[in-house]
Design a protein around this ligand. Structure first.
Ligand code: UDP
Length: 381
């Protein structure tokens, strides 16, 4: 099976990290075409996955763009589409991993006569996308895609609610290799010492810095927690959210939490950093399409507290293998953090349940098998 993967981003967000795991089994028979250069290309190369940056021009459409802006960018896309059409002829499928990749992939699929697969990593709701963007995505998917892989039931439901065809969708969760989430005790002690976390109850937040990821909720919760609770914020503003970064720093200063909040920036050693935490917090204020960090925390054997919305509800069973709190409720979050600190035995049992459930449900081999089964159905018999 030969696959031409398309992704608009040069930066490694969740969709891109997921794509690495999906493309790996096809590395001798695939190409990942990117619409921007950046560290994602390096990651693909490190994983020996063939990659090409297909355009140097940035595509000027944002999540909130209007119809006029969307149409205006179409002219800009023509050389890119022509290039993708030419490449696609050597592959069995076009596999679009992001929304702009869907638009380009849809037209390229039409001209090259190759089936289009769209991996939907987003919740197509007004909270996340303008009406124009939702309409374009749904129209392209309905008209041109043979298969839409939704990363959760929440993403599938939003797609259908936005007018998407249910009959072409399949829910397939992200896959993970559990052995990547094991850390040596000595490395964990070392990193804790390096980061000055010894003797602290460490709550880790692992997400790009963006308002909807809700890092400010964790900071607010911290005020209501015992003083030995420290937070590490791991991640950077990947898509230009500099104002929010500034806001977070100001919030920390205003609340006098300078010694209890550490900004670590973007890191590539997530499993080790999670292992250094006592609790992993997910605090998105808009429904999370999937929430890789939730599963990663579970696989690291850490208790996870997540915002009760979107895909997170499908990953965590409250009180059994993690904790769910209402989004934007720092007092509820503070309560869970304090309980985890005060009831280590009970918390350890929950974390243990999480680790075994996550390994069973999200193992990469089984997930890739589910994708392969769906792709095989699209091949001419
Ligand atoms: N991540 C990372 N380095 C960081 C922060 C996050 O590699 O500094 C990874 C994280 O481990 C997860 C992904 O980025 O695999 C984020 O995926 P998620 O589904 O949680 O959110 P998204 O970015 O897709 O909205």
């Amino acid at each position: 099976m030969k696959i031409l993967f398309l992704d608009q981003s040069g930066k490694p967000g969740g969709a891109e990290l997921c794509l690495i795991d999906i493309a790996k089994p096809y590395k001798d028979n695939c190409l990942v075409g990117l619409f921007a250069d950046g560290p994602f290309r390096d990651l693909l190369e490190q994983n020996h996955i063939p990659v090409q940056v297909l355009t140097n021009q940035s595509i000027q459409v944002r999540k909130e763009s209007s119809l006029a802006q969307g149409l205006g960018s179409l002219g800009q896309l023509i050389p890119l589409i022509a290039k993708v059409v030419q490449k696609a002829r050597k592959f069995d499928f076009i596999y679009a991993n992001t929304q702009k990749a869907l638009v380009v992939g849809a037209l390229a699929s039409f001209f090259s006569r190759r089936p289009l697969v769209y991996h939907l990593h987003d919740i197509l709701s007004p909270e996340h996308f303008s009406q124009t963007n939702r309409r374009i995505a749904v129209t392209c998917a309905n008209r041109f895609a043979s298969l839409v892989i939704a990363n959760s039931q929440a993403s599938q439901a939003a797609f259908v609610a936005a007018g998407g065809r249910l009959d072409i969708t399949e829910v397939i969760y992200n896959g993970f290799d559990p052995k990547n989430y094991q850390s040596h005790e000595s490395d964990v002690s070392q990193i804790k010492q390096q980061l000055g976390l010894d003797g602290q109850f460490v709550v880790g937040h692992f997400s790009r810095l963006a308002p909807w990821k809700g890092q400010h909720i964790l900071i607010e919760a911290l005020v209501q927690c015992p003083v030995d609770v420290t937070a590490i914020l791991v991640g950077d503003a990947l898509f230009g959210e500099q104002d929010y970064v500034q806001h977070l720093h100001q919030q920390v200063t205003a609340l006098g939490l300078e010694n209890r909040v550490k900004f670590l920036g973007f890191r590539s050693d997530i499993p080790l950093l999670m292992a250094a935490c006592d609790l992993v917090a997910h605090t998105s204020i808009a429904p999370e399409p999937f929430g890789r960090v939730i599963v990663e925390g579970m696989l690291c054997g850490k208790p996870v507290v997540a915002a009760k919305a979107g895909g997170a509800i499908e990953l965590v069973e409250d009180g059994v293998n993690g904790f769910l709190v209402a989004p934007e409720k720092p007092d509820q979050l503070a309560q869970v953090i304090t309980t985890c600190l005060q009831e280590p035995q009970k918390t350890a049992t929950i974390a243990h349940n999480a680790q075994s459930t996550a390994s069973q449900r999200f193992g990469i081999t089984a997930i890739n098998q589910q994708i392969a089964v769906q792709l095989n159905k699209l091949l001419p018999s």
